[in-house]
Design a protein around this ligand. Structure first.
Ligand SMILES: O=C(O)[C@@H](CO)OP(=O)(O)O
Length: 339
């Protein structure tokens, strides 16, 4: 079932809009915890290349949405309904996996998180615990799914992330929910192989250092970070981008344009290719883009444009996200709900 159709089936989900502030939107490349400000996006600038067809698609399906923290017990009034086409996009690379720890090429091998990876996912969840999430996309790989679930367990809204099983009619039928109230307290989790890590071919399972010793540092760097040179029988970043960005454009971008807040838990290279698209990086620029494990990144989608709002690598969430008016309102209502 298409994501949008599913979204209707799961029932009403909370929605929220955000206003763009005059924050510094320059691109930050994250490398092993260091942030390099390369200033690709100037203050107030944003990206909108090639999105007109998607905008058209999304506007036709736009619906009236609920107040950010409306819940059955909140008695949603007409006043609290509003239309918005602003939305939050959270991207998160999975926490450290057992093969990250062992320094092995992983690619599409389905390896779980380490204890450190679990802790990173929990910490990431704490950092985004005040950001509304309507729908979650993960790759088909367990390390991304574990990360998404552990992160959402920290969310203050306490909605329950539910993995959608649409692989067969029986799977769909056997995982139905029969309470509208319960559905409202769920967040659908869509798994998609297209968001998987790039397939590393015959390097999968090899030690990165030993491979560099054997084939030379430069050759291995070319396999790992060039844009269009694939490792032996594997995918180049360009090939990975072809499926990951196509999926993002077809399934995720229309939801953002209709005001849904989306979290994507995926991988170093599938996310690099999506960030390349969002930030309009060139194939040269993407080479130096590195993503740390377990660090969420926030974008605001508004009228077909994506504005990078930063990554909460700092100690306090508020300092990093520099709350916008609507985001601050969402947080305030969460505070009121727990009182
Ligand atoms: O092994 C992998 O699958 C990836 C990500 O961990 O490695 P690289 O840093 O070479 O992209």
């Amino acid at each position: 079932m298409a994501a949008t159709a599913f979204h209707q089936a799961i029932g009403t989900l909370i929605n929220s809009g955000f206003q763009q502030e005059n924050g510094n939107t320059s691109l930050r490349l994250i490398s092993n915890g260091f942030r390099v400000d390369v200033g690709l996006l100037k203050k107030g600038s944003s990206c909108s290349r090639g999105r007109s067809s998607v905008v058209a698609q999304a506007s036709s399906s736009q619906t009236s949405v609920l107040n950010p923290v409306s819940s059955p017990s909140n008695n949603t009034s007409t006043d609290s309904r509003k239309k918005t086409n602003e939305a939050a996009l959270i991207l998160i690379r999975h926490g450290e996996s057992l093969w990250n720890e062992k320094n092995l090429f992983t690619g599409c091998v389905d390896v779980p998180l380490t204890k450190k990876g679990v802790e990173e996912a929990i910490e990431a969840g704490q950092r985004i615990s005040n950001i509304p999430v309507d729908i979650i996309y993960t790759s088909a790989l367990i390390r991304a799914q574990m990360t998404a679930m552990l992160a959402m367990a920290q969310h203050r809204r306490k909605k329950v992330p539910i993995v959608m099983h649409n692989e067969s009619e029986q799977a769909k039928s056997w995982s139905q929910i029969f309470s509208e109230e319960t559905k409202k307290q769920c967040i659908p989790v869509i798994t998609a192989w297209q968001l998987n890590e790039r397939m590393y071919g015959e390097l999968q399972g090899l030690n990165k250092q030993e491979t560099a010793d054997r084939y030379g540092k430069e050759q291995v760097h070319e396999w790992r970070r060039s844009y269009d040179i694939p490792p032996p029988n594997g995918e180049s970043l360009e090939m990975c981008a072809q499926r990951a960005v196509a999926y993002f454009k077809e399934h995720i971008e229309p939801l953002l344009l209709s005001g849904k807040n989306v979290m994507v838990a995926a991988h170093g290279n599938s996310l690099r290719s999506i960030i390349m698209y969002l930030d309009q990086l060139t194939s040269q620029e993407v080479i130096s883009l590195e993503l740390s494990t377990g660090i969420p990144m926030l974008y605001i989608s508004k009228e077909g444009k994506f504005v990078r709002r930063g990554s909460p690598v700092g100690p306090t969430e508020a300092g990093v996200y520099a709350y916008t008016k609507n985001l601050a309102l969402y947080r305030q209502k969460l505070d009121e709900m727990v009182q």
